[in-house]
Write a protein that binds this ligand. Structure first.
Ligand code: SF4
Length: 272
């Protein structure tokens, strides 16, 4: 099926919505505003640097012949990828060469976990870093899918690599939200629904996988449309309420977020 691309929707001013930004809005509309509307810069962290570099290395591992996909090859790819991205996205991230070296050693230890999850010599993915721009009947979604493959028993599986720590299993379901959108995009592009979606956390390591089917993806499609309507309403009214939660500790915008700035004002007023 050929993707249709529509012009920028005038009502929202958003050209496209990515699965990550859709997750942001669900999690905290204020966070969505900072990232998708205001497009504020966020300081790079060593965790982002590790994630970006590990993604590149894992993607390139499958460029090698199957028998060459060894831990040493993956470590070399990580080093090469880091040299590539260090000067562009992560300039000045480390205070010293020692700090960078420690980070590198920890990163390779993390990558070594990958080989306890799966054997990359045993399969060839159908897709890697698949850049998708898909019109879901009026909602234009753009995103890059880490990987898709067919398992030996014929199941279509899509995978998202995560370099961070996995949430406890009872909290894992919301983490699949973005991946289910990717499953929807794959169904639209290929006419075939993936059979399962998988989150591969290298820290641990931990792998979470859930089955999906056409009925679930239809429900996801409805949920996405409701979310899009909520985004349009929020933009028309310029109302993006903050929704404080566990993830605020990792939010780059806490210093300017009304949920936290207002608290500071109240404390100051009470103290005065
Ligand atoms: S600090 Fe918390 S409430 Fe504020 S924008 Fe970030 S995630 Fe949302």
């Amino acid at each position: 099926m050929t993707d249709q691309i529509t012009p920028v929707p005038a009502a929202t001013g958003l050209a496209t919505l990515s699965p990550s930004r859709a997750s942001d809005f669900k999690r905290c509309p204020q966070l969505f505003k900072y990232r998708a509307i205001d497009r504020l810069d966020e300081p790079s962290t060593i965790y982002q640097a590790r994630g970006t570099t590990a993604h590149l290395a894992l993607q390139r591992l499958f460029d090698l012949p199957a028998e060459s996909r060894t831990p040493e090859a993956l470590f070399d790819l990580f080093r090469e990828s880091w040299v590539e991205v260090r000067g562009t996205e992560f300039e000045g991230l480390f205070d010293s060469v020692d700090d960078e070296r420690t980070w590198g050693v920890e990163s390779l230890e993390l990558l070594a976990n990958y080989f306890s999850i799966e054997d990359p010599t045993s399969f060839d993915p159908l897709e890697r870093e698949l850049d998708m721009l898909v019109d879901l009947d009026g909602i234009v979604i753009r995103g890059i899918l880490d990987r898709m493959e067919e398992t030996p028993d014929g199941r279509l599986l899509i995978t998202d690599y995560k370099s961070g720590k996995a949430p406890p299993e009872r909290y894992a379901l919301p983490a699949f939200f973005a991946l289910k959108i990717y499953a929807l995009l794959i169904r639209r592009r290929t006419g075939r629904a993936p059979d399962a979606v998988r989150l591969m956390y290298l820290t641990g390591p931990t792998v979470y996988e859930i089955s999906v089917n056409d009925g679930q993806l239809d429900a996801m499609d409805k949920q996405l449309r409701a979310l899009w309507s909520a985004i349009e309403r929020a933009m028309e009214r310029n109302e993006f309420p903050p929704r404080p939660g566990r993830l605020c500790d990792w939010c780059s915008f806490q210093d300017m977020c009304p949920a936290f700035v207002d608290q500071v004002v109240e404390v100051t007023a009470a103290a005065g």
